[in-house]
Design a protein around this ligand. Sequence first.
Ligand SMILES: [Zn+2]
Length: 218
Amino acid sequence: MGLPPFDEPLTTGAGRDAGERSSLEASTPLARLLAGNQRFAAGRPRYGHDVNAPRARTAEHRPWALVIGCLDSRVPPEAVFDQDFGDIVVVRTGGHVLDDAGLGSVEFCVSAFGVPLVVVLGHQYCGAVTATVRALDSGVRPGGLTDRLVDEIAPAVDRSGDADPAERVEEAIDRHVARTVAKVSELRLVAERVAAGALEVVGARYQVETGQVRVLGR
Ligand SMILES: [Zn+2]
């Protein structure tokens, strides 16, 4: 399915010069997301929560990216990437751990919307990763179904050395993103689309302190 135009004119905001306008009119879905993040991190978002935006898309929506993120209240993807209603679809769970419902949602977005981009977004200060490191160090699991999050994140945690827990959390955040990227990439539908050049799956990390997103592994 076709993508909406990336060169839509700016309709809000003021004081943008030609150079900035050019950088906003990104040519790929990933560049478009990162341009949105630059607007957000610079304190100059284009989109708010205008009720007219969802009203304008009542007939259909054609999202062009899927973001798989953590439920953390400080990391709402629509705000972090400064995107409007109808632009991106989002799957969020604790520590972006994906069970069958999550993976089914990914497949749905890929098949129904034909999204050309999937971004797995980890973040600084992730409570799910921190809780996992704590559980592994103490030998005390949180209990209940929260243990499933710990079990899924645990392979990303370095347990071999004497590194500071905060450092191990930092490393585990990136490693867990890579594992989630691999898990998504193993879905047959995703693998087929990637092989055909119709889909890209990337990992990224959000820094709470700066508001900036960095693509990992590049
Ligand atoms: Zn988190």
